[in-house]
Design a protein around this ligand. Structure first.
Ligand code: HEC
Length: 122
């Protein structure tokens, strides 16, 4: 079919939307590395994060069930690219954000985003 037909078919059909629980499927190896990075750079100092037992800081919002949230930090569409950019340099991704830039490489930030998008429950 032509591209135009595909778009027309999707326009009115819920079937074309990904179900909320599985919008992004993270590679398990990336996600595992992301958790190591989260522990190394200390995101837990400010966030409660599933899989991170300690610390469980509360300067930032809890990331329990993060995947189910709407926009990132109330503003950015919740895509892997935006999430990776935000966790690496929040004030750049969202001007005025109180979360500091974190010492992550681009690849590390991508894996951190994979971990957070891989969270599926509390
Ligand atoms: C110094 C404290 C601090 C540290 C360290 C920190 N954050 Fe944050 N984080 C915040 C604050 C404050 C916000 C709220 C930002 C906003 O609303 O713009 C936030 C917001 C977030 C959000 C958006 C949450 C939502 O509900 O949309 C994510 C995701 C996040 N942080 C992940 C991380 C990750 C991953 C790390 C480690 C790489 C990290 N944070 C390190 C303070 C911190």
């Amino acid at each position: 079919m032509t591209l135009g037909t595909a778009i027309a078919l999707c326009a009115g059909l819920d079937a074309c939307k990904a179900p909320p629980e599985s919008r992004y499927v993270s590679d398990p190896a990336d996600a595992r590395h992301g958790l190591e990075v989260i522990e190394r750079v200390g995101c837990g100092a400010c966030h409660e994060i599933p899989g991170v037992g300690w610390p469980e800081g509360n300067a930032g919002p809890s990331l329990r069930g993060f995947d189910d949230f709407g926009p990132i930090a109330g503003q950015l569409p919740n895509t892997p690219t935006n999430l990776a950019a935000f966790v690496r340099n929040a004030p750049l991704a969202k001007p005025g954000s109180p979360m500091p830039a974190m010492p992550l490489s681009v690849a590390e930030a991508r894996d951190v985003a994979a971990y957070l998008h891989g969270l599926d429950d509390g």
